[in-house]
Design a protein. Structure first.
Length: 257
């Protein structure tokens, strides 16, 4: 089982869904990924819904109607304040300055120079997802970018990532990401045919026992199939969206512990 109690700096460690319909999202993801839920009150108002596979927290949801539904991606850092200063120096836009999340940790929110939104997480009482890679859990985070080389340079400067290009016929078709500890940590997908000024975005992947079954069930539950199913050579994947419009992907294949 992919149990986690800590995360090396520069590792994707958490994800939460911003959605206008919490109850609809619970019904969708609970059925599709087998999640259970716990609603926690947010000081000052609102609810933060923790999502579980068994007894392990794997993600969360929060209700908002100011933006279209989307998944937020969190990267572990030693200091949210230092990461904010460095992100700003490297050309990111700071959307939310560092702030404390009770005794769980400290976070900040940015958009990278090409518009992809991400968060940093300085974990105190909550390191991040208690379980990854197993069925129903986060397993991959992928940047869709029209400028993959520039994006790789930005994130390498911020998090110390190393990227390894995968080439076909002399061109880069993908790049894998390794964190400072050398662990595989996600990827960068060049968006060929997309205007260079189109915003980049991060896409979250969840492991499923069957990609085809997940695709069929997504449609039955009111979601959409955006791409796939397809076999890129290391498993079977499909890009989907939930009924509220938040994109995500599913992966069927072997994963690390």
């Amino acid at each position: 089982m992919g149990l986690r109690k800590r995360y090396e700096p520069g590792t994707f460690c958490w994800a939460d869904l911003s959605t206008a319909d919490i109850e609809g999202a619970k019904a969708f993801y609970g059925d599709l990924l087998g999640w259970g839920f716990r609603d926690d009150e947010i000081p000052g108002g609102g609810t933060y819904t923790m999502c579980y596979v068994g007894e392990d927290d794997v993600a969360a949801m929060v209700e908002q109607d100011q933006q279209p539904g989307h998944w937020n991606h969190y990267v572990s850092v030693e200091s949210a304040d230092e990461a904010t200063a460095e992100a700003r120096r490297l050309g990111a836009t700071v959307l939310e300055e560092p702030f404390d999340v009770m005794d769980a940790g400290r976070m900040a929110v940015f958009s990278d120079p090409d518009g992809a939104v991400f968060c940093v997480w300085e974990g105190w009482g909550h390191a991040g997802a208690g379980r990854v890679n197993d069925a129903g859990c986060m397993t991959w985070n992928e940047l869709q970018s029209a400028r993959p080389d520039e994006a790789a340079a930005f994130y390498s400067g911020l998090f110390g990532w190393e990227t390894e290009p995968i080439t076909e016929d002399g061109r880069t078709v993908y790049a894998t990401i390794k964190n400072r500890a050398g662990w595989m940590n996600g990827g960068i997908m060049p968006t060929t045919g997309t205007p260079a000024d189109a915003p980049s975005f991060w896409l979250i992947y969840f492991t499923v026992p069957s990609c085809d079954a997940a695709v069929a069930r997504t449609e039955e539950l009111g979601g959409r199939v955006l791409a796939g199913p397809m076999e890129p050579g290391f498993g079977r994947i499909s890009v989907l969206s939930d009924p509220q419009g938040a994109p995500f992907a599913v992966f069927e294949g072997e994963t690390d512990e």
